[in-house]
Design a protein around this ligand. Sequence first.
Ligand SMILES: Cc1cc2nc3c(=O)[nH]c(=O)nc-3n(C[C@H](O)[C@H](O)[C@H](O)COP(=O)(O)O)c2cc1C
Length: 396
Amino acid sequence: MVKFTTAGESHGQGLVIILEGIPAGLPVSEDYIGIHLGRRQKGYGRGGRMLIEQDRAKIISGVRHGATLGSPIGMTVENKDWANWLEAMSVEPLEGEPQSPRSRRITRIRAGHADLPGAMKYGFQDVRNVLERASARETAARVAAGAIAIRLLEEFGMKIHSHVISIGNVNAAPVEDPSKIDWAAVEDSPVRCADSDAAHRMAALIDATKEAGDTVGGMCEIIVENVPIGVGSHVSWDTKIDALVAQALMSINAVKSVSIGPGWEVSTLRGSQVQDVILPVTDPDRPWQRNTNQLGGTEGGMTNGMPLVARFGIKPIPTMVTPLPSVDLDTGEEVLSHFERSDVCQAPPACVVGEAMVALVLAKAFMEKFGGDSVSETRRNLDGYLKTVGPRKIYR
Ligand SMILES: Cc1cc2nc3c(=O)[nH]c(=O)nc-3n(C[C@H](O)[C@H](O)[C@H](O)COP(=O)(O)O)c2cc1C
C-alpha cells in the first residue's frame, strides 16, 4: 500500500520522510525531487524563510542505481536555518540559563494557528512546542514524497498540474478546456497564474496587502490528465477517490474548502446542468468520451476517464505584521499576538503542495487497482485492464 510519514520541526535539524509501497524499477533522482521542492519555494508574497532554505532531498534508502527497489524510500531534507536554532531547538536538555532570545518561552498565543488547542492538549508551557510542528515547513516533506508519487503517475502516462485561480477578490479568467492552459506560463508566473492580466492584478493585491501589514488567501486548482477509468471504488466510504482527494487537500495547512466539479454551486444547479453526457463510442481505443467535464472526472467514487479536477480555498495566513490582539498563555490577559517570520500570500506554493497530496492518494488508489511489485508488472496489469475497457459486446 502506498503510504508516507513525515517527521521534523520547522527549526529543527531537518525533515524526515518514509514512503512505502512504490513498486521496484521506477526511475527517480534527487534532482527530480529537487525540481518539485524548488517549485514549492517560489511565489510572489513569500516571506524571508524562503531566502534561507534551498531545499534538497537526500535519498537514504529504497533507491539503487537510479531506480526504486520496492523497499521503503527514506529521505531527509535539511533545515539550513538549523544553525541559528541550535540552542532553542536543542535535543539535549539545556544546561544553565538559555543564552539565545529564540529560546524564550512563547506565551503570546496566535489565533488561527494550532497554538492554543495544541498547548492545552499536550500540556505545554511554551507554544513553540506546538508551532514548530504545526508550521507549513512540514509541507516540504510532503512535496518530497509527492514528487515520487508524481514520478509514478507520469510513468503510466498521467500528468499533474496546478494553478492559482484567484487571490483575494482577483479571479483568473475562467478556462473552459484545461488542455488549453499554457502550463509553461503558469510555471513562469510568480503567482502561478497563466492569465497575465489577472496575474499582474494578483501581484498588485499582494503588494497592497503587505503594505497594510495584512495577509490574503486564494483558490488553487489541481488537474490530473490521462487517469484511467475505474481508480477508487464505490464500494466503501474510505475507498472513494473524491473523498480521498478531499481529505488529502483539506489536510494542507490553512485549507478551508475543497471542491470537485461544481463544488458549493452544485446545490443551485439543475440536474441537466451538472451531468457530463456519455457520447457514443466511435473510436475503440478511446471509449466513453464526454464533451464536458463538469463533475471533475469522478463518478461514484471512481475516476471516469476524464481529467480529475479539484479545487481548494486557502485562508489568509493568520500571522500578520500588524498583529491582532490575543491573550497570554500564562495570565489570560490581553496582549498582541506573537509574530514569527511570515508569508503574505501562500496560494502559489500551496498549489505545489496540493499536487503532491493528490498524487499521493491517486498513486495509492492506482496501486490498489493495478498492483504489482515492479513497474513492469504494474504495466502488464494496467495494459491488460485497458484491453477490457469498452462496450461489452466488443471487449470482455
Ligand atoms: C505553503 C504554506 C505556507 C504557509 N506559510 C505561513 C506563514 O509564513 N505564516 C503563517 O502564519 N502561516 C503560514 N501558513 C498557514 C499556517 O500553516 C496555517 O494557517 C496554520 O497551520 C493553521 O492551520 P489551519 O488553518 O489549517 O487550522 C502557510 C501554509 C501553507 C500551506
